[in-house]
Design a protein around this ligand. Structure first.
Ligand SMILES: [Fe+2]
Length: 184
């Protein structure tokens, strides 16, 4: 028997528009229903990310305000940039490395499947200069938001970890993202 109480509907734009900035942390994300089977995440840009995140399950994006860029690395296809505009839905299949970039002032919803014990997700960083893999970190956690953020911040704090072993280029610390929609 499910004993959770039904909550009143949530107005996402009102919820996320309460103050002007992003949510705290690299992901700029907050779980909407922490006890649900779904990990429904509200995201308010800007985020600051340069990692490619991979999880076992599909990830659904619904963009509520403004446009974002989601980079993916599909097997056999390589790096692709997708622009997800206001009002658009987007799905990243499980197992596909993806890197969402969210400009300031954007609001979005991401729905994932809550991880179960034993599920493994990864963060990868790739060299801008030679496209080699710079680092891959595995993570097992049922609390994705609180676990992944510090992992990304630790990587960005270390120039040694950010240095490409193939060509010695350094992966830059991610700045606030500005989207050039025409370029997408
Ligand atoms: Fe490199």
């Amino acid at each position: 028997m499910n004993k959770r109480l039904i909550q009143d509907p949530i107005h996402l734009v009102e919820l996320m528009g309460a103050d002007g900035g992003a949510f705290a942390g690299a992901l700029a994300a907050r779980s909407l229903y922490p006890d649900s089977d779904f990990e429904a995440i509200t995201v308010r840009g800007p985020n600051r990310r340069n990692d490619f995140h991979t999880e076992p399950y599909d990830e659904f994006f619904l963009q509520l305000r403004g446009a974002i860029q989601v980079d993916t690395r599909e097997q056999g296809i390589g790096l692709r940039r997708h622009i997800v505009r206001e009002g658009e839905a987007f799905l990243v299949p499980g197992g596909v490395p993806h890197s969402p970039h969210r400009p300031a002032g954007t609001l979005g919803l991401v729905v994932e499947i809550r991880r179960r014990p034993g599920d493994v997700e990864t963060a990868e960083w790739w060299c801008d200069s030679c496209d080699s893999l710079v680092e891959r970190v595995e993570m097992e956690s049922t609390e994705m938001i609180s676990s992944l953020g510090p992992l990304l911040e630790a990587f960005n704090a270390s120039e040694q970890r950010r240095t490409c072993r193939n060509c010695a280029a350094v992966v830059p610390v991610p700045e606030e993202f500005v989207l050039d929609v025409d370029a997408g």
